[in-house]
Design a protein around this ligand. Structure first.
Ligand SMILES: *Cc1c(COP(=O)(O)O)cnc(C)c1O
Length: 351
């Protein structure tokens, strides 16, 4: 539990007074109504399926998510990928050239990119040798201008989840917002932080349709937070940030959750099989790290050499050797069974 937290102390001055841009579609939403005619938005009236502006609040998608995740609609915001959501959080809370954020490398690159774009200092506190947060050092690094702490759990590229007690300690003692990026949560045995939303008013959880839901191409990210935080982000988001085709495809997917669950189960089982195979049978692989994601991080003898050799065999993976704590590490996404077989064959062929 965290008490005596006031979100209004964190908002940028120019954002505080903003009201959301009121679009035509905000006032009368149901363009499928047959009694009304819609001459309010300068749209082309000839129907083709997407001639109308999309619902700016994505109510149908949110209703489904709300039921599935057991989170009220007022605690949900959707964005053009998680990347847009992360950018909205920066713009709402970080004053350029004044505030700072804290990230824990090696981690997802977008936090640092968005900090640079928004002219916000990125204070880096490396993970420890087990890829876990150094809680005390993080808290010592924070000052009154530290607005956001980014916790990616399961973490990309290391694959592990952060200890629950550590995350809890950070939520309680860090006085800014804590963004828990759960892009890979569906592949993890650890539970989502969603159930703790009411306990921590500074908690923001981001999830995505890009990984387990198999819809990277539609660009849809989800943000769960207090009603106050969601209202602020809603006020600054572009009105039509999630397009009609994206909303339609997301709805179709959410209506077939058994398919999603089936794919997740297959990927987890492939991940386990792949890990065993790489550990036993490829001599230059020194370590395969535990993964709660749909990818594996491995340490090899010479990552750059192996990376280029694999390309010769038609297999593209990610070389992470330049990341801190990831010397000679490669990150490999788990593919379908045949792809993983090809990968294993290539890895063995280049011994
Ligand atoms: C892939 C990934 C995302 C997804 O970003 P989208 O913009 O939603 O595609 C978010 N966070 C992490 C850590 C990721 O690895």
């Amino acid at each position: 539990m965290k008490t005596d937290f006031n979100i209004h102390n964190l908002i940028r001055e120019n954002i505080k007074s903003l009201k959301p841009y009121s679009s035509a579609r905000d006032e009368y939403k149901d363009t499928t109504s047959t009694e009304m005619i819609f001459l309010d938005a300068n749209e082309n009236p000839f129907e083709n399926g997407v001639n109308r502006y999309p619902d700016p609040q994505q109510n149908n998608v949110k209703d489904l998510l709300s039921t599935i995740k057991r989170i009220p609609r007022e605690n949900i915001l959707l964005g053009n990928g998680s990347d847009e959501i992360l950018d909205l959080i920066f713009r709402a809370f970080c004053e350029p050239n004044q505030d700072n954020i804290i990230t824990l490398p090696p981690t997802y690159g977008m936090y640092g990119v968005l900090a640079n774009v928004n002219a916000v200092e990125n204070r880096k506190v490396l993970l420890n040798e087990n890829f876990q947060p150094k809680v005390n050092q993080i808290l010592e690094t924070a000052d009154e201008n530290s607005k956001i702490l980014f916790l990616c759990s399961p973490n990309n590229p290391t694959g592990n989840s952060f200890y629950i007690d550590d995350v809890e300690e950070l939520l309680i003692n860090f006085n800014g917002l804590v963004v828990v990026d759960e892009a890979y949560i569906d592949f993890s045995e650890q539970r989502s932080w969603l159930t703790k939303l009411n306990d921590y008013p500074n908690l923001i959880i981001t999830q995505t349709f890009s990984k387990a839901y198999g819809l990277a191409g539609i660009r849809l990210g989800v943000c769960y937070a207090s009603k106050e935080i969601i209202t602020i982000l809603n006020n600054i988001k572009p009105p039509y940030n999630v397009n009609e085709l994206t909303q339609q495809r997301a709805i179709l997917r959410l209506q077939k959750l058994d398919e999603v669950q089936n794919e997740i189960a297959q990927l987890i089982s492939e991940r386990k099989r792949l890990k065993k195979e790489l550990e036993c049978c490829v001599s230059y692989i020194e370590k395969v790290y535990h993964s709660d994601g749909n990818f594996l991080l491995l340490k090899v003898d010479d990552a750059t050499k192996r990376y280029h050799q694999l390309i010769e065999y038609g297999v593209v993976i990610r070389n992470r050797t330049t990341q801190p704590l990831c010397e000679n590490c490669l990150r490999i996404s788990v593919g379908i069974c045949e792809e993983n077989q090809k990968l294993i064959r290539a890895l063995k062929a280049i011994q």
